[in-house]
Design a protein around this ligand. Structure first.
Ligand code: MG
Ligand code: MG
Length: 266
């Protein structure tokens, strides 16, 4: 069931999502060779709680009912999404790390993700990140009243596949509101003009998960971590947006992150 949001509810969603952007900026300050994803997770959790919010991911159950142990999902290199932060995972020069963050405050959820470079990364990897981020914004351009869900997926798929990258099918974006995952599902592939009609007040997280090689993925034995089958790198960028007339309203923000990254931003 799809819940359309009122203007007041959208403002609460924006508040939760801006806190995600600010949390990811705190993480951005720390990303460099030698830091562990466990340390990133501790800093993020403290920042979220200091702002009166709850990290939504912590304790979130998987299909087996096992709770996610972190406040962030940190997915390194061939990991696509849902990587578990750990003191054993040390970032090194040339790595990429997708950092996904969720908050819950005043009854509403925030959800946004950004893929960071650790030091200098290979040119083809840089292009993967840039293309994935561009695809996210092309998807967002289609999150307007009167279009359909398939228009969003089509825009993302078209841009990534025309650059010879793979589009993960098994994991998708989602509605967002009082719950982190609401209807509808928002695939990163689709047919123009097909799918659910987009109405003003529909709030969705759009999150392309794009691979350097084949689009096929496997789940690691930890029950969470999703990685590419061929071990090639994957990128993931996510914004939460509200469908509006004419132009989508982006509720999350990369502004704080990119202020930290400066000219190193993708
Ligand atoms: Mg997310
Ligand atoms: Mg999400």
């Amino acid at each position: 069931m799809i819940f359309l949001k009122t203007e007041d509810e959208i403002e609460l969603l924006r508040e939760a999502n801006l806190l995600v952007g600010k949390t990811l900026a705190e993480v951005a300050k720390l990303i460099q060779p030698g830091i562990t994803t466990g340390e990133l997770d501790r800093v993020a959790e403290e920042f979220i709680r200091d702002h009166g919010a709850i990290p939504t991911f912590k304790g979130y159950p998987n299909q087996d009912g096992d709770p996610f142990p972190g406040s962030l999902c940190t997915s390194v290199n061939e990991q696509v999404v849902h990587g578990i932060p750990s003191d054993k995972v040390v970032l090194k020069e040339g790595d990429i790390v997708s950092v996904d963050c969720g908050t819950y405050i005043n009854g509403f959820c925030g959800d946004s993700a950004y893929t960071f470079c650790v030091g200098e990364v290979a040119q083809d990897v840089k292009k993967l990140l840039k293309t994935t981020k561009e695809a996210l914004y092309l998807g967002i351009e289609n999150a307007v009243q009167g279009k359909r869900l398939g228009d969003i997926g089509f825009a993302i798929q078209q841009h990534c596949e025309s650059n010879s990258f793979g589009v993960v099918r098994e994991f998708v974006g989602h509605g967002i509101g009082k719950e982190m995952h609401e209807d509808p599902q928002v695939p990163n592939y689709g047919k123009r003009g097909y799918g659910t009609l987009l109405k003003r007040g529909l709030c969705i997280a759009i999150e392309p998960m794009i691979t350097l090689g084949s689009r096929h993925i496997i789940m690691e034995n930890d029950g969470w971590t999703v990685r590419t089958k061929d071990h090639k790198y994957a990128a993931h960028f996510e914004h939460s947006v509200a469908v509006n007339a004419g132009k989508a309203d982006i509720l999350s923000s990369f502004k704080f992150i990119e202020e930290v990254l400066g000219d190193k931003a993708i």
